[in-house]
Design a protein around this ligand. Structure first.
Ligand code: CP
Ligand code: NVA
Length: 332
């Protein structure tokens, strides 16, 4: 399997075998990191990571994974570069290609990362757009597989804003990996029909199902993992908090929902999460709308059944695998 020079823009671009290979290589890197084995394979390479939106996990994963692989890493945000406001994406891509061996981008439009990839001649990696979050779901599936020992036959349920970037990528990844997927949220926030049809076609080939519902009872006795994400994503209008809370309050993941699913059901979340009042946004929202816990209760978040910190760690191992495979040239 040769990924040399390829971009990592969305899960749909990869076959089931290729995605499994990313996970296998991530597992190897996790073992190497844990055992302190040196893996500075690219001492002569440099990467640049571009962020239009804020980040903790994705930025740190790309930086640490880059350093672990022996590379130099440059971080640029919108205020610290010319990109977008003074220099076009196409020009930026062609300039950065002359300096760097790989480019990561997190931002608003999927078209921006696609455009970067079109004009750059080095690999471009998508660190989240409004449409999808492909490196996130590699980490999610690595975490699920570590926990259950397999993926086949499992059912993953996403509960909440079911048409957001994370939900979209989870649906595609589930279809590709033979995992049954339940997209559960209010009708107003259902995933796009086109993506659902595409995923159903893939799922059929891989022996799994894609269910779109607004009924939480669909999870009962079925969901092995329940996934929640924020109710308002980065870049969305803050004025929408009230409307979102109204729509999504019934879909908060609580212990009752977890228990109705299965006694063994685990909880996943991309993070950051509003499960308490220890952030300024959560306090502001609580002041306005009187809601102290949002997409998940603190009880579930802090429980033994919550895998969120394993999931966060796995961001780094999976991102390292993506960078390694796309930068590594197989010997002839
Ligand atoms: N899950 C995730 O992408 O986190 P950050 O926004 O902190 O990168
Ligand atoms: N849906 C969230 C994911 C954050 C990792 C957002 O886009 O803000």
């Amino acid at each position: 399997m040769d990924f040399y020079g390829k971009d990592f823009l969305k899960i749909l671009d990869f076959s089931e075998e290729e995605l499994r290979y990313f996970l296998a290589v991530a597992k190897k890197f996790k073992e190497m990191k844990r055992s302190g084995q040196n893996h500075k394979y690219f001492p002569d390479k440099n990467i640049v990571i571009l962020f239009e939106k804020t980040s903790t996990r994705t930025r740190c994963s790309f930086e640490v994974a880059g350093y672990d692989l022996g590379m130099g890493v440059t971080y640029l945000d919108s205020s610290g570069s010319q990109m977008g406001h003074k220099e076009s994406i196409a020009d930026t891509a062609r300039v950065l290609t002359r300096f760097y061996d790989g480019i990561e981008f997190r931002g608003f439009k999927q078209e921006t990362v696609d455009e970067l990839a079109k004009y750059a001649t080095v690999p471009v990696w998508n660190g989240l757009t409004d449409e999808c979050h492909p490196t996130q779901v590699l980490a999610d599936f690595m975490t699920i597989e570590e926990h259950f020992g397999h993926l086949e036959g499992l059912t993953l349920a996403f509960v909440g804003d079911a048409r957001n970037n994370v939900a979209n990528s989870l649906m595609v990844m589930s279809a590709k990996m033979g995992v049954n997927f339940i997209s559960c949220g209010p009708k107003e926030l259902s995933p796009e029909d086109k993506l659902v049809s595409e995923c159903r076609e893939i799922a059929e080939k891989n022996g799994c199902t894609i269910t779109v519902t607004d009924n939480l009872n669909e999870l009962n006795g079925k969901a092995d993992a329940i996934y929640a994400d924020v109710w308002l994503s980065m870049g969305e209008d803050k004025e929408k908090w009230g409307e979102r809370i109204q729509l999504l309050k019934p879909y908060q993941v609580n212990m009752e929902l977890m228990n109705q699913a299965k006694p063994t059901t685990v909880f996943l979340h991309a993070l950051p999460s509003f499960h308490d009042l220890n952030t300024s946004i959560a306090r502001d929202v609580n002041e306005k709308f009187n809601i102290a816990e949002m997409e998940v209760t603190n009880e579930v978040f802090e429980s033994e059944r919550s895998l969120v910190f394993d999931e966060a760690e796995n961001r780094m191992h999976t991102i390292k695998a993506v960078m390694y495979l796309t930068l590594h040239k197989e010997e002839e």
